[in-house]
Ligand binder design. Sequence first.
Ligand code: HEM
Length: 121
Amino acid sequence: MLEQPPQRLALMRATLQKFFPWVWMAIVLLLISGYWLLFTVQGGFAFAGLHVHLMQGLAWVMILLFGWMYWGAWDDFREAVDGANWQQAGADLARIRRVIAINLPLGLAVVVIGASGRWWV
Ligand code: HEM
């Protein structure tokens, strides 16, 4: 059964609070492993295929969008839930969802581009 708005929004706040540190960790690990591969194994940008440039570019788009959401809508959402301002919290959660709706397909596309690139560049 669907929870009522206050419970649902408080649950989303608690869930995302636990989830976002994992996103930050994934960002750091992807950047370290990606640039390590690029500069040590592949010999730098000059030797990188189109798939690596696409991967890197899309990763930065995703990181910037996530950061914008984290310090914008996510801050507002937490403040609204903590202040029991449910109407505002609902609107802020919709803003968070819009960013996820962009980053999710982008991330899936990067996985496909990264994993298949060596066969088409
Ligand atoms: C959303 C973030 C990213 C995802 C999902 C992702 C995914 C992948 C995948 C699935 C592979 C293929 C691994 C394999 O063939 O075994 C790969 C390879 C690679 N990635 Fe990424 N990557 C991301 C970000 C980055 C970034 C920021 C860089 C930095 C330049 C990077 C550089 C590389 C390089 C150099 C390779 C090796 C390509 C090759 O073997 O031809 N990646 N990545």
